[in-house]
Design a binder for this molecule. Sequence first.
Ligand SMILES: NC(=O)c1ccc[n+]([C@@H]2O[C@H](COP(=O)([O-])OP(=O)(O)OC[C@H]3O[C@@H](n4cnc5c(N)ncnc54)[C@H](OP(=O)(O)O)[C@@H]3O)[C@@H](O)[C@H]2O)c1
Length: 295
Amino acid sequence: MKKLLVTGASGFLGWNICTYARKEYDIFGTVFLHPVKMNGVKTIRIDLTKYNDLKKVFREVEPDGVIHTAAASRPEFCQSHPSESNKINVEASVNLAGFCSDRGIPFAFTSTDLVFDGKHAPYREGDPVNPVNVYGEQKSRAEAQVMDTYAHAAVCRMPMMFGLSSPAYQTFFQQTVSALQRGRELTLFTDEFRTPVSGYTAVKGLILALKKVRGILHLGGRERISRYDFGKLIADISGYTVNHVHACRQKDVKLRVPRAADLTLDSSKAFAMGFDPPTLKEELQSLLHNHHELY
Ligand SMILES: NC(=O)c1ccc[n+]([C@@H]2O[C@H](COP(=O)([O-])OP(=O)(O)OC[C@H]3O[C@@H](n4cnc5c(N)ncnc54)[C@H](OP(=O)(O)O)[C@@H]3O)[C@@H](O)[C@H]2O)c1
């Protein structure tokens, strides 16, 4: 089996990659502050911002490919800690690209739809970036520097994702289900649009990108949906009352960190290559009834 190094194995996406790709790859997953354990995955505890430690991991593991998901992924944190977050979001990503370039192995870097400003959706791979917050700026800089460092890298722009999560992190999906379970009222934006995919579907896209893609690839879903409608869909499919989901508008709320309104990704390039996200209804039904077939 080929050796796949997955950074951020304790995070939402890294954990999904480890869960779904471990039948196809011998997986080495990096963790940092949350040393989670997974059957069939060799975990390595490392601060990826330490260049020499990273070099040592490459020397010891000798990976055949790398998917880099580790990040300071919360926009609020990046906004208040720009220098600290830059180290993991930009510097570590570029160093990883360099080590992959040295070995000539496939490298998939996970970027975000937040490199765009949300005013000119839908977005294709070649559209100009214009991030509205520090997190988006860092990812946008990382994309450019990763490509400069390693032209064979796959830069995957991920949409909002949902699904099973590592014990250490929660997504919008878990927060919504848990709020509904406790009978709490939810107020969600009607004017913030995304093209979500499940973690399971995202993993399929990332493996495809790792094998076949050089350059930028959008891995969004087929459906554009507002957070409000997504919340209602989750409530409906999980059997909770939709009456607890209320509407509000992003543009009426004073935000601490700027958010982009419409980040609809046009992912037709990935679809043409075989990336085939199910409908959101199918994804949620499968998730809530735990019918995933693992690779
Ligand atoms: N989730 C989404 O909806 C979404 C949407 C668009 C793009 N993305 C992108 O997709 C990727 C994965 O996101 P995610 O939601 O899975 O992130 P996440 O759940 O917040 O996980 C972040 C991961 O990064 C690791 N990490 C952070 N700083 C580190 C450091 N200095 N050294 C080593 N590891 C470090 C964390 O390890 P510890 O916890 O062990 O410290 C954790 O495993 C990111 O690149 C993110 O920007 C995510």
